[in-house]
Each structure stands twice: as structure tokens, then as C-alpha cells.
Ligand binder design. Structure first.
Ligand code: F6P
Length: 747
């Protein structure tokens, strides 16, 4: 097992459900095994983990114990959970569970993320409790965490937890894995804006965020771009305090266990019993948790159509339909159960005879041996969810076919279809396709079955659940190293403030547009709010400071906004320079002969990019596309860039691409060159430049060694920014202003 990172610490798994469920019967506490893919998969991984790291307390599993525990039993449950299961329970009240688990988790996120928007509730109370319960998990974690630990948070119940944890213990590596689909942007955006922002930011608090399929990963990155405005580079999202990696890890199963259980004597016994009662019939298997996302009704209708269309199967074929009880009490689940039972009744009534029941329906849990016997004896398995994050039943069926016969019919809407392409892949909404797939499966030659299963089994054997978890945890371990490559750490801010406080003469180069204006006000540069003028006034009032404001705005606007401040100014992104109490001076060529023809080119593109506009300045023109669709504008902007490069081959202009803005100005005009007016003065012992790294590249590059540059907003390169937004810049500048002339001012 290739996990180096946790040799000194422990792996802390956090999930809503613990691997055991605590029940209180007549004042007696019992611990029963929990069911579900998440707990089974992670338990298998942890067994193997313990084997490879036989130290004491290699891991802790933190989660809800499966029921509401009265206060007087909590100590007892806590002690037993830790001693017997290495687990730390998070106790939740009835009302917490009502609003959190039954509410936000299963009535909001679950239906929405499975593409059932009409089943989705948007209750403010659910959301409030979801936040509170995530906070409770965070508090509980803080009780158990030790400095060397690594935390791995699981699933949609705890999407806010990574950010909460990072805010409290930034040094602890945090991973997150989503076990359900992450929907496309058009679905995700249905969540109220506050919720969807917080959820994305919550997840991005993790160092590593994992999804089952490449599509879910892309969906997530799309939402991050469109909602938070954060670009990614090869799956890395650069945030002010860290970098988050977004990656695909398709969850596997315990292949060996399913393969071996299939030939275990206990399974053989179960199989014999089944064979006796089903003698003479061919069998198709369907097993699911009761859930509207599983497509059970469509499957039954497909089966019905088969019997309708191909009468030769009547009297010969049985569908074994096992429905495992789940989330009892949620309305849509109850309705679904009733509909399933009605449909089963209709099919049996329509086709059945005294000696043949077409659908054998069971509503119950199955333990391992009877389950394995069913897998082993069913010629066909129909796994046709309408939407499913992964679907482990499909993988379990294939792994249990030790003689390599058997046919899997698999929905293209299940994450598993990405790996099990040798199955018969169907669209679960097409009943005709389901019926035909059944016929194809029942008639598939044995060699073909063996060929397909051999390929799938090999894949499942190689990428099993232990490999899945090991890959995730190993990558998580490497993230700290990657974080370090991304540049300075947050304490650098304190360090800079300290250096500032000790310096004699200081130069502060502040990019007004990106550092002081809130992002939403940048497209149309506007006057600064009163508070920022006051702050700049305080900074400039210190006789040791030279404050220079840099902007893309034109001279008259800057003059008007900052006329009362003792500051230097750079206008039109470096075209004009004005020292305090001096006149404006051009910092580059004033040629404008190129403007008209290029203006037309930009206008043509503005017409093609809804939400964009062209701004003409004295010596430059810009195309701004802040409000445009990010994908469309990205493509058209790079097309425009290409065209302009050809167009301007013989003209002495430069084209620069900023964050959602493209600017054309005379060659040699830039913020760095303009700032030289101040930078060339040797008397500054402290130099600081602050702005986004899109439009301040030249400025940052022209800084002398020892100067500081602080980046704002989403980073352009695989680098990190220092401030998320202008609010954070203000906080920092206030910190500096507090050192004015050695006197501390109140904030
Ligand atoms: O698919 C996500 C998942 O959390 C599985 O891991 C689990 O088997 C299933 O949902 C049911 O979860 P629960 O019974 O805890 O709501």
C-alpha cells in the first residue's frame, strides 16, 4: 500500500453514517452493521489499511450513530464506539435529523443531484440546519484531531465541512469525495444563490475533491467557473489560501470478496435452495435500494414489453425483483413503493399462470450469502437507474460470475457505465430498448458472455475499492507538497505588515481596479466608496509613504475621484503618469492612427458575444466580457486574439488579455514602465504592489528584488492569489494604516 503521508498521524474518515447503527432496545444498547456502498467500501479499505499500518489507532471514523441517543446513554455509546469500532459518534437530535438528513440531504440535494428538480424542496430551515449540523461535525472533529492527522470527508451530507475545517485548522490536509453525481450547471444553479455559493466554497475548502466520473468532475469545475468565477488549470483551482485539486476516482468494490463468496459453501447452499424453487425457469435479477432514481418502474415496464412482444418467453422467464427498504417516511419513496407493487401486480395478473409468476418481488434486506447466490444463479442482471453516482450492484454482479457467464444490462446514466462498457448499455427511458436488451442478453452466446465478463472482471480486479481509496489518500498526501510549490503561505501577510512597520520610506503601488473595487463594479469603473477614500487618506497621510494608484480609467475620472488625496496616479493602464502636485505626463507613444480600424474589429466581436462591450479611451480600446457566457467568450476571445495578431503585424501596438478583458494600446505602454517613475527612486526601503495578476504582469515583473507583490482574485497561472477579493485587501491595508507614524488607530 502506497500511502506515505499518514505514517505519523491517523486517517480520520468523516461520513454521515457510521459503519454501525446503534439501537436502544429496552435500555440495552446494540451495535448492528450499517448497510450501503459507502460504509461497506470504506470498511474494506480500512481493514486493509490496518493490516498495512498495524499501529495503534491508525484511523478514526467519525459520524452519526444511526439513531438519536438519549443524553444518559451518550457516554456509554462514545466509549463502546471508540473501543470496539475505532469510531467517534456525533450525536444529533430528532429535529436535527428531520431538517438535515430527511430535509436538506434527502429532499433537496439528493433529488436535485439525481436530476429530479420537481422533487426538490428549497426550505430555508433545511439549509439552516444543514449548516448547523456541518458545524457540529466540525466541532466534533476538533475534539479528536491531532496535528499529524489527515481528514477524509465523505458525501453530500457534509459539503460545507471542508471549508469550516480549513478555517479552523489550515495545516490539516482535508479530502472530500462525493458518492453521488455532481449535476450539470443548469441543474446545480437551481439552488438559491447563497446556498450554491456556500456549497462550492465549502467543497473547495478541501485540498482534494474527488468524483466518480470525469463528467461529474467537469460539471463541478463548470459550476465553480460560472458561479464563483474561478478558472482551473488541469483540475487545479487556485484560491487565496490554498490550491484545491479536483480529480476523478471511480469507486471500486471488494472484487476478491465477491468472487470468493460466490463459490463459498454457504453460498452454494443458498443457491441449491433457489435452484429447487426456480427449477426450469430462466432468471433475470434486479436489486436496488428503494429509490426513485433507480428506475425500477421503467425496468418493470421493459420486462412487461418483452413479454408482450416476445411471447416465447412467457412461462419460461422470471424477474427476481429485490427492493431494499430505504429512507422510509420520505413521501416520494413511499409513493414509489406503492407504484412498484401495483405494477408487479399488473404484470403478474396479466401474464402469470398457476405454475408461473413472472415477477417475484421481495421488499427486504439481503445478507451476503443469499445475495451472492442470486448474483451467481441469475443469467441476466438489469441495472438500469435513471441516474446513479456509480452503482456498485453492477460491479458486484460481474465480480460474482466466477465461470464468466451472465449478462449485465447497464444504464448509461450510471457512473459504472463509464467503466463497464462491455455490458449491454441502455437508456432506461426507452422501454423498447430495455425489452430488446433483455432479448439480446437472453440470446447472447456463451463465448460472447465470457469474452465480455473477462474484460470487465480484469478491470474490477485491478481497480478495486482498496486501490480507489489508496489512490485518493496518496494524492491527498501529496497535496501539501503541491501547496508549498504554489508560493507564499498566508503568514506572509503578517510578515509584510511587520516589514512595513519597520521601514523608512515606503512605496505602495495599488491597482485601483482590481484591488480596491469590488469585482461586480469593475466592468464600468466607478468612483471609490467613501470608506476607501478615508483609508487611502490615512495611508497617504503618513509622511513615509508614497501611494500610487494605478487604473485603466482615464485621466479626468481619476482626477475627479482622487483630487483631494496626496497620491500619485497612473491612468489608462500606464499611458499617463502624474506625481502628486505635478502635471500629467505621457509615458509612451501618443499615436492613435490605428484606433479606428481596430475599433471596428472589436465592435464586430462585441456583437457576437452577448454581454460584452467595447470601451474607447484616449489611447487604448478594450473589449470587456465580464457578463458574457464564460465558455463562449473564452473561445471567441482567443479567436479575436489570433485575428488581431495577424491584423496588427505591421502596427506598433500591443494586445493584452486580462481577466475577461482584452485591451489594445501602443506598444511599450504598460503599468510597469509607468511605475518606473517611482521605482527608480532609490530611497524606498519598502516597496509593495497589489493587484490581480492578469493585468499587472508588467508591474510585478518590473519590481526590484526584495519588493513584495500581492495578488488579488482568481489566479491566472497555476499559482495562488493572496486575497480573495477587495474586502480582504481593505483589511490588509487597514492593518498597514494602523502603523501610521507608530500610532495605532482603531479599525
Ligand atoms: O449513494 C450514496 C449513499 O450515501 C450510499 O453510500 C448509501 O448506500 C446510500 O446513499 C444510502 O444512504 P443512507 O441510507 O445513509 O441515506
Amino acid at each position: 500500500m502506497n500511502i506515505h503521508l499518514i505514517e505519523n498521524g491517523r486517517l480520520i474518515i468523516v461520513s454521515n453514517r457510521l459503519p454501525f447503527t446503534v439501537r436502544l432496545v429496552e435500555d440495552q444498547i446494540t451495535f448492528d452493521e450499517s448497510a450501503g456502498g459507502l460504509v461497506t467500501g470504506l470498511s474494506t479499505f480500512l481493514d486493509s489499511y490496518k493490516y498495512h499500518f498495524p499501529k495503534q489507532e491508525a484511523h478514526v471514523w467519525l459520524g452519526w450513530p444511526g439513531s438519536t441517543i438519549p443524553d444518559e446513554f451518550k457516554d456509554q455509546v462514545r466509549a463502546r464506539a471508540m473501543a470496539e469500532c475505532g469510531s467517534y459518534p456525533v450525536f444529533l437530535s430528532h429535529s436535527d435529523m428531520e431538517q438535515f438528513y430527511w430535509g436538506f440531504c434527502n429532499k433537496t440535494i439528493w433529488p436535485l443531484f439525481h436530476y429530479f428538480p420537481s422533487y426538490t424542496s428549497y426550505e430555508e430551515e433545511f439549509w439552516q440546519t444543514y449548516q448547523q449540523v456541518n458545524q457540529k461535525f466540525c466541532d466534533a472533529l476538533l475534539e479528536v484531531l491531532k496535528p499529524q492527522d489527515v481528514v477524509w470527508v465523505q458525501d453530500y451530507h457534509l459539503m460545507l465541512l471542508p471549508r469550516m475545517l480549513r478555517d479552523k485548522v489550515p495545516q490539516i490536509p482535508v479530502g472530500f469525495f462525493l458518492h453521488i453525481p455532481f449535476p450539470s450547471f443548469e441543474i446545480f444553479r437551481l439552488l438559491p444563490p447563497r446556498w450554491r455559493r456556500d456549497l462550492l466554497e465549502g467543497l473547495l475548502g478541501a485540498d482534494l475533491v474527488g468524483f466518480h466520473t470525469y463528467e461529474y468532475t467537469q460539471h463541478f469545475l463548470q459550476s465553480v467557473l460560472r458561479i464563483l468565477g474561478q478558472e482551473h488549470q488541469m483540475g487545479y483551482v487556485a484560491l487565496p489560501d490554498h490550491v484545491s485539486k479536483i480529480e476523478t476516482y471511480p469507486m471500486g468494490i471488494d472484487f476478491k470478496k465477491f468472487f470468493e463468496t460466490s463459490i463459498a459453501p454457504e453460498t452454494q447452499l443458498e443457491r441449491e435452495k433457489l435452484k429447487q424453487s426456480l427449477a426450469g425457469f430462466r432468471t433475470v435479477l434486479s436489486i436496488d435500494r428503494l429509490d426513485y432514481s433507480k428506475g425500477i418502474l421503467n425496468r418493470l415496464e421493459g420486462f412487461e414489453l418483452l413479454l408482450d412482444t416476445y411471447p416465447e418467453y412467457r412461462g419460461k422467464l422470471i424477474l427476481i425483483l429485490v427492493v431494499v427498504p430505504s429512507r422510509i417516511g420520505v413521501l416520494h419513496y413511499e409513493l414509489m413503493k406503492r407504484q412498484i407493487e401495483e405494477l408487479v401486480g399488473r404484470i403478474n395478473g396479466k401474464f402469470g399462470s398457476i405454475g408461473w409468476t413472472p415477477v417475484i418481488y421481495q421488499y427486504r434486506h439481503l445478507s451476503l450469502y443469499p445475495l451472492s447466490a442470486l448474483y451467481g444463479m441469475s443469467e441476466v442482471a438489469m441495472v438500469t437507474p435513471l441516474r446513479d453516482g456509480m452503482n456498485l450492484i453492477a460491479k458486484e454482479y460481474v465480480s460474482s460470475r466466477t465461470d464468466r457467464t451472465g449478462v449485465l444490462i447497464l444504464s448509461e446514466m450510471a457512473g459504472a457505465a463509464k467503466e463497464l462498457g462491455e455490458a449491454i448499455i441502455v437508456n432506461p427511458n426507452d422501454r423498447r430498448e430495455l425489452a430488446n436488451a433483455l432479448k439480446e442478453a437472453l440470446e447472447m452466446p456463451r463465448e460472447e458472455q465470457e469474452r465480455r465478463n473477462a474484460i470487465m472482471q480484469e478491470r474490477l480486479r485491478r481497480y478495486d475499492v482498496v486501490r480507489w481509496a489508496t489512490d485518493f489518500v496518496s494524492q491527498l498526501g501529496q497535496m501539501r507538497g503541491i501547496q508549498e510549490q504554489y508560493g507564499e503561505k498566508p503568514p506572509v501577510i503578517k510578515h509584510i505588515a511587520e516589514k512595513y512597520s519597520q521601514a523608512g520610506k515606503r512605496l505602495l503601488l495599488i491597482d485601483y481596479d482590481s484591488a480596491l473595487l469590488p469585482a461586480e463594479r469593475r466592468p464600468h469603473l466607478t468612483a471609490p466608496p467613501e470608506t476607501s477614500l478615508n483609508l487611502l487618506q490615512r495611508l497617504a497621510a503618513d509622511h513615509r509613504n508614497s501611494v500610487v494608484l494605478i487604473s485603466g480609467a482615464q485621466k479626468p475620472a481619476l482626477e475627479q475621484w482622487f483630487r483631494n488625496l496626496p497620491v500619485g496616479m497612473i491612468a489608462e493602464n500606464g499611458m499617463w503618469v502624474r506625481e502628486h502636485e505635478a502635471e500629467w505626463q505621457a509615458a509612451g507613444s501618443q499615436n492613435k492612427s490605428w484606433k479606428e480600424s481596430l475599433l471596428n474589429v472589436l465592435l464586430q466581436y462585441a456583437d457576437r458575444i452577448p454581454g460584452s462591450f467595447v470601451e474607447e479611451k484616449e489611447h487604448s480600446i478594450t473589449l470587456q466580457y465580464w457578463a458574457a457566457d464564460p465558455d463562449q467568450s473564452r473561445n471567441l476571445a482567443s479567436e479575436l486574439m489570433d485575428n488581431l495578431v495577424h491584423f496588427t503585424a505591421n502596427i506598433d501596438v500591443q494586445i493584452s488579455q486580462g481577466y475577461k478583458v482584452l485591451e489594445i494600446r501602443n506598444a511599450g505602454v504598460n503599468k510597469g514602465r509607468a511605475a518606473n517613475r517611482w521605482l527608480s527612486n532609490p530611497e524606498y526601503s519598502f516597496i509593495l504592489a497589489v493587484g490581480d495578476d492578469w493585468t499587472n504582469d508588467d508591474l510585478f515583473r518590473s519590481l526590484p528584488p526584495g519588493a513584495y507583490c500581492l495578488r488579488v482574485g482568481s489566479a491566472r497561472q497555476r499559482g495562488r492569489s493572496d486575497f480573495r477579493n477587495s474586502d480582504e485587501v481593505y483589511t490588509f491595508l487597514r492593518l498597514l494604516a494602523n502603523f501610521n507614524c507608530g500610532v495605532r488607530h482603531p479599525n
